[in-house]
Write a protein that binds this ligand. Structure first.
Ligand code: ADP
Length: 260
């Protein structure tokens, strides 16, 4: 790639000189760095459960061979680790599919209220586990899109609200009209009553594998790819994602989609 070096001198009331050196990396170079980072991250994320699996296999072959109780326990941990790898590979495939189609705007008619009702129904079990409920308000709207991908968007957002929100909370999903600079649109807001997110993290939440608390995310079975997938699908739909949050006051994730 190209490299440019700028030298600038700034005099500070004649007292001294400040020398600034900027390195300008080309887009190509940046893409290469990002790709290498991504491959390194994926390898690390896959290796963690794989190492655990290999350790337990070894234990099952030796120490736990004749202990049925231990065997059972190790097998259920192995099942969870294999499940984690499976989710990760599934999310990676999803991400690469969405990226491959990024330039083609999907245009099948999607009825948003019905779609949200189906998503909320499918997450009933997750909500019940924490004693939470999901409430949906607002009028229906039909817009051009990809129903499967939008189902994925709202599943990820509502699942996060349930995972990172407070126990026994009400997650509010609100559908409303929004006039955008690019014409009439519809806004879907997912608001939780959780602990909120420190503003410093907000701009980075949609990066692949970015987590505020990686221990917590892993414990919850998260892959760290959910919001990256949301961002790509929403941008493929020529829409926007807004995130608002305050520590201690819950978070609001808003998706704005165009009606035409
Ligand atoms: P994960 O698989 O870790 O949930 P996501 O990409 O879906 O990955 O989210 C990235 C991170 O953003 C999470 O690890 C979590 O720290 C934070 N996050 C997402 N949604 C919420 C929420 N509703 N409340 C608080 N934190 C959230």
């Amino acid at each position: 790639g190209q490299e440019a070096v700028y030298l600038a001198s700034v005099s500070d009331q004649g007292a001294g000189l400040v020398l600034c050196v900027f390195r300008d990396v080309s887009e190509e170079e940046l893409a290469g760095v990002m790709r290498r980072d991504f491959v390194a991250n994926v390898s690390h994320e896959l290796r963690t459960p794989l190492t655990a699996l290999m350790g337990f296999i070894e234990t099952l072959k030796n120490a736990a061979k004749d202990d049925p109780k231990a065997r059972e326990m190790f097998l259920s941990i192995m099942e969870a680790e294999a499940g984690r790898m499976n989710r990760l590979v599934g999310d990676l495939l999803q991400l690469s599919r969405v990226e491959a189609e990024e330039r083609v705007r999907p245009r099948e008619p999607v009825e948003l209220r019905g779609l949200l009702e189906a998503v909320i129904g499918a997450l009933k079990g997750v909500a019940e586990k924490t004693g939470s409920t999901v409430a949906l308000v607002g009028e229906g709207a039909v817009l051009p899109g990809d129903a499967d991908q939008l189902t994925q968007v709202f599943t990820n957002l509502i699942e996060n609200a349930l995972k990172y929100g407070a126990k026994g909370q009400v997650v509010r999903v609100t559908l409303s009209a929004e006039e955008t600079v690019r014409g009439p649109g519809v806004r879907v807001e997912v608001a939780d009553q959780g602990e909120g997110i420190d503003p410093v993290h907000i701009p980075r939440l949609t990066e692949r594998f970015y987590r505020v608390d990686s221990h917590r995310s892993r414990e919850m079975g998260g892959t760290g790819l959910g919001l990256a997938i949301v961002k790509h699908i929403v941008s493929r739909h020529r829409g926007w994602l807004r995130i608002e949050s305050e520590k201690g006051r819950g978070s609001r994730f808003q998706v704005v989609l165009l009606l035409g």
